[in-house]
Design a protein around this ligand. Structure first.
Ligand SMILES: [Zn+2]
Ligand SMILES: [Zn+2]
Length: 344
């Protein structure tokens, strides 16, 4: 089969002809129909993350059709449409058993530690294949598996409840999902903070109250709009020290700040003014859980979460085109969300 693979860190991906992978008795072989090109893939290609093997097929946002099932598989059938949870966990270790499988001591991520979806076929354990309803196109199902799932987990970490207020810092793929999902979870007002007016316009179309941080102090504006109270939950989706500070500063009494954006820069806080005086919480959110995906998919099927505007470009399984998209992501030249699609 054809697979577009990372052969050497820092070099363009290459198209290779490799054997179709085999799935065991508890596994499934999936014919890939869509594979999202994610910002993480640009980091992997650049050699900024240690990979489980080299060469490796990238691609962790995958949807397709079940081609073959192992003899012990009961959750999906051959021919069924599925999307794939990208973390393969053991199900046996302390973290798996306590419901936190993203911390599995032997977790393997597809397209990072083992071969991913920039290929014609992929083999995964059957439990990682989740039925994808006909109403959701493959390419939208694929992108649900990364940004939307991460946004959903972050809101669950923030324990968003009915009638609460939420601020979302950063209106990219994560932020747009977070805005819609916060509303679905019962948030009464969702504030969207960004510096780009076109993104804020999109956020307002999804019911958020836009705050343009290039024109005003976002924290002051949130305080003003919440009559001085601050928000119950604030999500940081960017990974900058300044926006993390704003996220925390926009909290009200008993507020929860959920940090999702990655950063290596230390963050300074004032223990009394920031935490103790407010009984506030700063919460880290890492990845998502398999158990969260069926509900997320159902919300997409019911259009509570609109995924129709996520994918802006479809490309073929072509090394040149994929490398070009990764170059663009690396250069931050635009926010085009590209997905590799393969027809049946
Ligand atoms: Zn991704
Ligand atoms: Zn485990």
């Amino acid at each position: 089969m054809k697979a577009v693979r990372m052969v050497e860190p820092g070099k363009p991906l290459e198209l290779q002809e490799i054997p179709i992978p085999s799935a065991g008795e508890e596994g499934v072989l999936v014919r890939v129909r869509a594979a999202g090109i994610c910002h993480s893939d640009a980091h992997y290609r650049a050699g900024q993350s240690s990979m489980g093997m080299i060469p490796i097929t990238l691609g962790h946002e995958v949807a397709g059709e079940v081609e073959w099932i192992g003899s012990k598989v009961t959750n999906v059938k051959a021919g069924e449409r599925v999307c794939l949870h990208y973390n393969l966990s053991c199900g046996e270790c302390y973290y798996c058993k306590s419901g936190n499988e993203q911390f599995c001591t032997t977790v393997k991520m597809i397209g990072h530690h083992i071969d991913g979806g920039y290929a014609e076929y992929i083999a995964v354990p059957a439990r990682n294949a989740i039925p994808l309803p006909d109403e959701i196109p493959f390419e939208e199902g694929a992108t649900l598996m990364c940004a939307s799932a991460t946004a959903f987990h972050a809101l669950r970490r923030g324990r968003v409840k009915d009638g609460e207020t939420v601020a979302v810092f950063g209106v990219g793929g994560l932020g747009l999902s977070a805005i819609q999902l916060a509303k679905a979870l019962g948030a009464i007002d969702v504030y969207a903070v960004d510096i780009k007016s076109d993104k804020l316009e999109l956020a307002s179309e999804y019911g958020a109250i836009p705050i343009n941080a290039s024109r005003m102090d976002a924290v002051e504006e949130i305080r003003r709009l919440t009559k001085g109270r601050g928000v119950d939950v604030a999500l940081e989706m960017i990974g900058l020290q300044a926006t993390m500070k704003q996220t925390i500063d926009s909290l009200g009494i008993l507020g929860r700040a959920v940090i999702v954006g990655l950063s290596q820069t230390p963050l300074e806080i004032h223990p009394y003014q920031t935490l103790i005086g407010y009984e506030a919480e700063i919460i880290g959110s890492n990845d998502h859980l398999l158990e969260e995906l069926p509900l997320l998919i159902e919300m997409a099927r019911q259009k509570t979460l609109d995924t129709s505007r996520v994918v802006s470009q479809k490309i073929l399984l072509d090394a040149g085109k994929i490398n070009q998209r990764l170059d663009d992501l690396e250069a931050y030249t635009d926010d085009v969300r590209a997905v590799i699609v393969q027809q049946g």
